[in-house]
Design a protein around this ligand. Structure first.
Ligand code: GCW
Length: 642
């Protein structure tokens, strides 16, 4: 067979690969043109990555990578950078290699979006030093709350075989400025600290290093007992402290730039310092001391809810706020964005702002545990921006995102779920970016720069999370999910022997008078955990933002809301609105067919069908159930269940 035949075949298979679009390339879809001339006087693994990316993809002529020690670049810190056009060349400058890597991805992003790159003058610096992903991946390959296949980490193949996806994963993260990853579930197996697993972790760290990604591990607080054979894990026991110091020394011997530990302690059955009558601070500080000489940190989660009968929304605050100022400086307390648990909508957790002497991190959930898993299109940047309306980014040291990736070909299950991974990274770098501009840039890179696609789909993305709130839990309702899997509705759920605060009736409090959890001053008084000015607003039935109404108040069915409708009617309209919105998304998507490859078009269309079906399911189930209390008919314009 001759050469022409083979090259024809190669061309055909390339064309087929491009045509059979599989979503695996995420937002990094530029085709190599190999025409840039890249100048960089220093060599290192990280700069090799930057240079190769530019050499392959950049189409704007000569580009210069410069390590700079001047005042401007020193002020931009260890990850900031500049991008300038100077004498016809594009010059990337930074005080560090990592800065140059980020500058590289910034420049390539501009090109991919179709921006004018001929006169650039950019200065960037991340808002937070710590921008990490949290994987809830178990060592057996399953993922807690993961909806995109099994874990990316093929522990059984490591260290012999290193999957090519590890590099792609690191590249995707670096392209949006994520600089760390916690590899394993916070419900942590002690095994992760065994010699065997640490060798595997080291392999991953080696792949991630040139992309500026540090590796962290979740640790089980009882590891000294379960792995080390000690009789206690009491943080004040000298032998326990020594065990951790030894373990940390071993880790840094393998991974010199290891990031540190993430700990879920005394929460949902996990061991912790309180088992020995010690505080969270005592537990965290013991680990922090072991990590300190190496520059490592402890991220100590505040997701706790004691079996006390206080309103669950108050419990993390009650347990952690009194510990303010008692943590070592390399401990970050990691607080979920809301006081309960990643609901479609929650007010922010009152711990933010209440621990001024403790470095805090916010934990967001990128994986859609409570937002339709990877079946529903829900763009979450709008939710995270809502958090920043109340919480100053400058009051935080870092951000963590419970990520949605698995080993599915398209990483996240739903093609649009990739946008949440992307947006998480972009907002971790700069929380001032708008959700809308992030949606636009993601769409342009992931699908097409054609405005006829980008504009309507930006609109869909921007409305999508509110639609989910409307068809699942409007007006401040929360946690009326089906038991365990948290996918569908189950406001009526009863599980004999279950904790009251694990049952939906605890949260919705429906009765013949009305609906909602009374957290006002005359109720559970959760409002008082907020700063005075806000506490007053949340406390008042008239002033409370309606999106939080049933979170803070038990409201009469007949109560008139701002629309002039009664609570019951408004509730019905909101559920209907959610359903109508998803139907509108379906219609828009149909019109997008000419701009999208067949495979992704079909995949998204199928998921929108599921979402539309689920929206009706939620509406019917919730309204029929609440109607047993309200005893009212469906108002005009709201479809009764069939
Ligand atoms: O959201 C809840 C989840 C648990 C999770 C826990 C946590 C990892 O339902 O699956 O456990 O929160 O954040 O620790």
């Amino acid at each position: 067979m001759n050469k022409r035949f083979w090259s024809g075949l190669c061309f055909l298979s390339l064309a087929l690969t491009l045509w059979a679009e599989d979503g695996s390339r995420l937002w990094l879809r530029q085709t190599p043109v190999n025409q840039a001339s890249v100048c960089c006087l220093v060599t290192s693994p990280m700069l090799t990555v930057a240079r190769e990316e530019l050499a392959a993809l950049w189409q704007g002529g000569e580009v210069d990578l410069q390590l700079c020690a001047d005042e401007t670049h020193r002020r931009l810190g260890k990850e900031g950078y500049t991008i300038r056009t100077s004498e016809g060349k594009t010059v990337l400058g930074a005080a560090t290699e990592q800065g140059l890597l980020y500058a590289t991805y910034h420049l390539l992003r501009l090109q991919a979006e179709g921006a004018d790159c001929s006169q650039l003058n950019i200065q960037e610096k991340p808002a937070f030093d710590i921008r990490v992903l949290n994987h809830w991946d178990n060592l057996d390959g399953t993922i807690e709350r993961g909806y995109a296949g099994r874990s990316l980490w093929k522990w059984e193949e490591l260290t012999d075989s290193v999957s090519a996806r590890y590099r792609e994963y690191a590249r995707a993260n670096a392209s949006v400025g994520i600089n760390g990853t916690v590899l394993n579930n916070v419900n942590a197996s002690p095994e992760i600290l065994s010699e065997d697993y640490l060798q595997k972790v080291r392999k991953l760290a080696d792949v991630f290093r040139p992309y500026g990604i540090k590796v962290y591990l979740s640790v089980n607080f009882a590891s000294p007992m379960k792995l080390g054979g000690l009789s206690t894990a009491d943080p004040l026991d000298e032998e326990v402290a020594r065990w951790w110091k030894e373990k940390v020394r071993e880790i840094y011997g393998l991974i010199p730039d290891f990031g540190g530990f993430l700990v879920k302690a005394n929460s949902e059955g996990q061991p912790g310092p309180c088992d020995y009558g010690r505080t969270h601070a005592e537990g965290a500080n013991m680990l922090a001391e072991a990590l300190k000489p190496y520059g490592g940190i402890v991220m100590w989660r505040a997701f706790v809810y004691s079996p006390s009968d206080a309103d669950r929304a108050k419990q993390a605050y009650l347990e952690f706020q009194p510990l303010d100022g008692r943590f070592r400086d390399n401990v970050m307390v990691q607080v979920k964005n809301g006081p309960i648990d990643f609901q479609p909508r929650e007010p922010y957790s009152p711990l933010f702002g209440a621990m001024p002497h403790t470095p805090l991190m916010v934990e967001f959930q990128i994986t859609q545990e409570y937002l339709g898993h990877s079946n529903h299109l829900a763009y979450l940047a709008t939710m995270w921006k809502e958090f920043y309306r109340y919480v100053q980014p400058s009051s935080l040291k870092g951000v963590a995102g419970v990520v949605n990736v698995g080993d599915n070909v398209n990483w996240c299950g739903h093609d649009f779920a990739q946008a949440n991974w992307y947006a998480y990274g972009r907002l971790a770098w700069n929380p001032d970016l708008s959700a809308e501009e992030i949606a636009r840039e993601w769409l342009a890179q992931t699908f097409t720069t054609d405005r006829r696609f980008v504009e309507p789909m930006t609109q869909v993305m921007m409305e999508s999370r509110e639609a989910v709130v409307d068809y699942m839990m409007p007006l401040g309702l929360h946690h009326i999910f089906a038991w365990g899997h948290h996918y569908g509705p189950e406001p009526w759920c009863k599980v004999p022997g279950a904790r009251a605060d694990w049952l939906p009736s605890y949260y919705h409090q429906a009765d013949k008078e009305g609906l909602g959890f009374d957290r006002s001053r005359t109720g559970s008084d959760a409002v008082s955990q907020y700063p005075d000015s806000l506490a007053r607003v949340f406390d008042s039935l008239e002033q409370c933002p309606e999106e939080y109404l049933l979170w803070f108040h038990h409201v009469k069915w007949s109560q008139k809301l701002r629309s002039g409708r009664s609570l019951w009617d408004e509730l019905c309209y909101k559920y209907q609105q959610g359903v109508d919105d998803v139907r509108a998304f379906q219609r828009v998507w149909k019109e997008m067919q000419p701009y999208v490859d067949a495979e992704r078009y079909q995949a998204v269309a199928e998921r929108l069908d599921i979402q539309a079906h689920d929206a009706v399911w939620w509406k019917d189930a919730c309204l029929e159930y609440f109607r047993t209390f309200s005893k009212q008919p469906y108002p005009k314009g709201v479809e009764p269940p069939v």
